[in-house]
Design a protein around this ligand. Structure first.
Ligand SMILES: *Cc1c(COP(=O)(O)O)cnc(C)c1O
Ligand code: SF4
Length: 359
């Protein structure tokens, strides 16, 4: 039996992650074939599930939306027709190691390959989890910082990975403060799934450190309303109370959140937790995740159901990351029904048509 103090310690959560089929069997009662399948998947992609996140899984239901994000499926060994090894062309857009720049004014800085939980649908599954000891070494960090320093057009730096919040606070502070010292960097963003999968990490030590480096934004990754537990909500509130604006990036996942009621509940719960839904992403073309992919039209239909029916604050952008690395492309319902020399015909969220002059 774990005591409460251990349970609430992120270091304990991290050290006690479930990483093998045998350990998982103690939580989920797997059939022998499920156990074999998991062991088989683990030859290609790592598994790690925090005891906290595992406690949200339904042990009786293999289709539990929490479980499907965390537990390997044999379908991961299938290479889908459209799968790509480097779906976002990140290798090509690496001007220096650990930096990805695909847009004129912002760059991604990859600081670790480690996460507290390995999402089965991860875009970067090709590299993430490969080496858990890896934290960007000082010489490489110097090269990356130098690149950002020389590129004065970069005003927004996204610190990502892996998950930056799994780093020891002092290591993370070293990285953030070095980026903050670059004069033309206006905002720093951190991408993390820690509030969802290991919310106890959002402790006072972390928020006291982060609040020194404003303007700093955090983007997190909730995919299902069940993930907004009291602990997760508290983590979001602690970040918000430290003055950090919070965004959320959701991945549209088959059987998990590909319906209007589930998506709506998720988005409204996020807003209540002071998190602004930022993106819903179409699943990308990483190898072994084709079973999670939903047709683009489903995403457009869900967006159409949401727009106008719930607060604009709760409605994110729906986008696909163009294969090969072109950048994010918004996928929108077309509200302009027709257009002639004089006027546009516009459709409202309820489907009524209105005319509006072209000029
Ligand atoms: C997503 C992404 C960004 C940020 O894009 P926003 O639309 O500003 O959130 C920046 N660089 C890379 C490489 C990205 O993938
Ligand atoms: S937290 Fe992010 S980087 Fe880590 S496994 Fe999940 S999706 Fe991938």
């Amino acid at each position: 039996m774990t005591d409460r103090k251990e349970w609430n310690s992120w270091k304990w959560q991290f050290a006690n992650r479930i990483t093998t089929a045998e350990e998982l069997d103690r939580v989920l009662h797997l059939s022998p074939s499920e156990k074999d399948n998991i062991s088989c998947c683990l030859k290609n992609f790592r598994m790690a599930i925090t005891p906290y996140y595992a406690s949200l899984m339904d042990p009786e239901d293999p289709d539990c939306p929490i479980r499907r994000q965390a537990v390997p499926s044999i379908l991961e060994t299938v290479r889908g027709e459209f799968d790509l090894d480097d779906p976002l062309g990140e290798v090509r857009y690496n001007p220096v190691p650990y930096v990805v720049q695909r847009y004129p004014d912002r760059a991604l800085l990859l600081v670790t390959l480690k996460c507290s939980m390995y999402c089965r649908h991860c875009t970067r599954r090709r590299v993430v989890g490969e080496n858990e000891e890896f934290i960007i070494p000082q010489p490489a960090l110097d090269v990356a910082l130098d690149y950002i320093r020389r590129h004065t057009e970069i005003r927004d730096v996204l610190i990502s990975g892996g998950d930056p919040f799994v780093l020891p606070t002092d290591r993370l502070e070293h990285i953030i403060s070095s980026v903050r010292a670059i004069e033309h960097v206006e905002i720093i963003r951190i991408g993390t799934r820690v509030p969802v999968v290991m919310p106890m990490r959002i402790d006072k030590e972390l928020t006291d450190m982060l609040r020194k480096y404003h303007p700093l934004w955090v983007n997190t990754h909730f995919n299902h309303p069940k993930e907004l537990t009291p602990e997760a909500v508290r983590a979001c509130e602690a970040l918000a109370d430290a003055g950090i604006p919070l965004g959320n990036q959701t991945v549209l996942l088959k059987g998990i959140n590909d319906s209007t009621p589930v998506m709506k509940e998720l988005l409204l719960k996020l807003v209540k937790a002071r998190v602004r839904p930022y993106y819903i992403f179409q699943c990308d073309l990483s190898v072994g995740i084709s079973h999670f992919r939903v047709p683009v039209q489903t995403g457009i239909d869900i967006m159409h159901d949401l727009i106008g029916n719930i607060s604009g604050y709760a409605v994110p952008k729906y986008a696909v990351d163009a294969p090969g690395g072109g950048g994010k492309v918004p996928l929108n319902y077309n509200y302009i029904v027709s257009k002639d020399d004089r006027e546009l015909t516009l459709e409202t969220y309820t489907g009524r048509l209105y005319k509006y002059p072209v000029r």
